[in-house]
Design a protein around this ligand. Structure first.
Ligand SMILES: [Cu+2]
Length: 150
């Protein structure tokens, strides 16, 4: 209970912050991406990636695929320690789709170049209704922990 309510408070804070810098207000989904990063992986050709997709609009959308010139990208959820590949994830209206360590994550496979700290990996997010969004994901240290805003 406590953990859940803390998480919600953090998400709400982040959403308000982002809503403040976007136009918003229309009836379509208004998507923006924040906090994207890839922890420098131990493996040469596999890596995990995290980001937050915020929707300031009043329509829900769905992330349907993630692509990259650098290799294969799949979307995974984590449920009770076991991860599962999924083909789409919801982006709720006035809400967020959060990829973070221990939960939803992007999985990179068959990478052409090993992600090294300081580099970026460019991915393209594809949605059910919104236009694709290109994200440059910076590679951080293996132990990097993002600030959650509180
Ligand atoms: Cu995974």
């Amino acid at each position: 209970m406590n953990r859940a309510s803390t998480g919600l408070a953090v998400l709400t804070g982040a959403a308000l912050l982002l809503a403040g810098c976007s136009d918003g207000g229309d009836s379509s989904a208004g998507l923006s991406v924040s906090g994207a990063y890839i922890p420098q992986p131990v493996s040469a050709d596999m890596a995990a990636g995290y980001l937050v997709i915020s929707n300031s609009g009043s329509s829900k959308d769905e992330l349907t695929s993630v692509t990259s010139d650098e290799g294969e990208v799949t979307m995974h959820t984590t449920d009770g320690g076991a991860m599962e590949q999924v083909s789409r994830l919801p982006v709720p209206a006035h809400g967020q789709l959060v990829f973070k360590s221990g939960a939803n994550h992007l999985m990179f496979d068959k990478l052409k170049r090993t992600p090294k700290e300081g580099r970026t990996v460019t991915v393209e997010l594809h949605f059910a209704t919104s236009d694709p969004v290109v994200v440059k994901m910076p590679v951080k240290s293996a132990t990097y922990v993002p600030k959650t805003g509180h």
